[in-house]
Design a protein around this ligand. Sequence first.
Ligand code: PMP
Ligand code: PLP
Length: 518
Amino acid sequence: QKHDHKPLAKRWDNHMTPEALSRTGNSLKKAAKYLSQPGLISLGGGLPSSEYFPFNSLSLNVPVPPHFASPTAPSPQNPTTTSGTGTDTSSTPSSTDTTPTTTTLHAGKHDLTASHSLYDLATALNYAQGSGSAQLLRFATEHTERVHNPPYADWRTTLSVGSTSALDMLFRMLVRRGEAVLSEAYTFATAVETAAPLGVRVFGVGVDGEGMVAGALEGVLRDWGRQHGWEAVPRPKVLYTVPTGQNPTGATQGEGRRREIYEVARKYDLVVIEDEPYYFLQMEPYRGAGGAGAGQGQGRQQGRTAPLTHAEFLASLVPSLLSMDVDGRVVRLDSFSKVVSPGARVGWVTGSEQLVTAYMKHADVSTQSPSGVSQLVLWKLLDEYWGHAGFLDWLIFLRAEYTRRRDVMLRACERYLPREVVSWEPPMAGMFHWMRIDYPKHPSYPAKSIQELEEEIWLAGIEAGALVMRGSWFYADKTAPHDTMFFRATYAAVPADRLQEAIRRFGDALRVSFGLEV
Ligand code: PMP
Ligand code: PLP
C-alpha cells in the first residue's frame, strides 16, 4: 500500500480506558509469528489436529454474478434454484436464456497443501488470530481501501464478530464509568443498552431530515455542563453515529453534513464511532406517487434507471467519515449482516493502528476470531468466487431491491395512512421508514401523556394485525423530555403484498385511534 505521502494518525492514549491501556495481548498467540520459520516443528500452540475435525468437505450453492435474480420477480428471472448435487452450475430451466443462475463451490479439508485453494477447512476450523483469518481479512482490507481509502497512513482493519460486539468492545475501550457518549437523539437501542451497564450514559443530539445536526452537536459540546441532570458528567470524548440509513430514523447525512460533523469532532477532539451496517443500502431517489409500479411493486424492472457500473455505483455513495479522516479519529464499523447475512456474525473494524491493535488484543482474549465456518463460507463466495467485482454486482443488486421495497412502502403509506396525522420523509438508505405522529391532534391529548398515547396507538396497530416499533424505545436518553412521537416500520422483512396489508392495517388503527373517518 502506498501510504508514504499520508500523515500518521493521532495518538489516543487520553481517550482510552485503563482497561484498554492495560491489555498486554494474548501471550500464547504471540508465539504464532515464529510459525513462518521454515522447518520449524511446532509443539507450541494447543491447536487440535485437523485429522480430528469431523468435516471433510463443504459445498455451497450460491448465485452467479453479475445478474442476480430478484426473489420476487416473476419467472423467468426467478427459476427454482437447483440444489448442489455435485454439478457445478444450474441454469434457468425454461426459456432460451442459458445464463447460469447458481453454482456450487467446494471447500476441502486440505485444499491449501494440495494447492487447490488459498483457504481450506483444516485452516478455517482451527484457531486463528483475533484479527480473523488472513484470507478474509485481506478481502475486507482491500474493500476498505477501494471504497474509503482512508487519508492517513497507519490505518488498519480487523475482522469482528459483528458490529454489536464491536460496539461493546469499543465502548469498553473508549468510555469510562460515569462518562457519556453522544449520539443521535433517537438511536440504535442496543447501543444504549450496551452502554448502560458500563455506567455510560448516552446524550442525544438533535436531528433533522439529514440526521445529526452539526450545529446542535457543537452547541451541546460548547455548553456541556449546563445541561440539566448532566452536570456531574464530564464532556464526552466519543461520538457514536450511524450516518447512513440511521436506525431508527432512516436518515442519511449528506456529504456536507458529514464534513461539518467531522470538523466539530476535530474541534472538540472526539473519537467517532461510525457504525455503518446500512452503508451499501443507499437507494435510488424516490420518484414520488404515481411513479412506476405504483401500488404493485412486484418485479418491477422496466421504467427504472439502467443498472449502474461499478464506478458509477461507488461514486453514488455518500463519502464515509472514514474517507475524510485525516486524524485517524474515526473507528468505522462495517458488517456483513445486512449485505450478506446476519447469522454469519462477521464484520470488520477500521481505524488507527493504535485503536485497532487495542481492539485485537481484546478480541484475542474474548471473541477470538469470527467463526471459522463463517469465514470460510464468506471467503469462498466473496473472494475466491465473486471477487470485489462480483461483490459490487451484488451490492448494486441489493440497491435495486431495497429501492423497490422502499417504493412499495412509501406508496402504501401514501395510499393508506391518514396524512392529517402522519408525516414522513422518504428514506434514502437503510431499511427503516420513520413515521411522525401529530399526537396533539389525538382526542385524548393532553389528558393522556405522549407515552400513554404512543402505547395506545401501538397496541391498536397490533390488534389490527400490524406490528411496528415504538419511537420511545430508541431514545438516546430516556430521562430527557420528549415532545415528538414516531413509529418505525421496516420494508426489509416481508414481501410487497404483506407490506401493503400491514400499512393498511396500521392506517386503520390510526384512524380509529384519532377518531377519523375509516
Ligand atoms: N479454557 C481453557 C482452559 C482452554 O484451554 C481453552 C483453549 N485453549 C479455552 C478455554 C478456549 O476455548 P474456546 O476455543 O472455546 O474459546
Ligand atoms: N448497528 C446498527 C445501527 C444496527 O441497526 C444494527 C442491526 O440492527 C447493528 C449495528 C448490528 O450489526 P451486527 O449484526 O453486525 O452486530
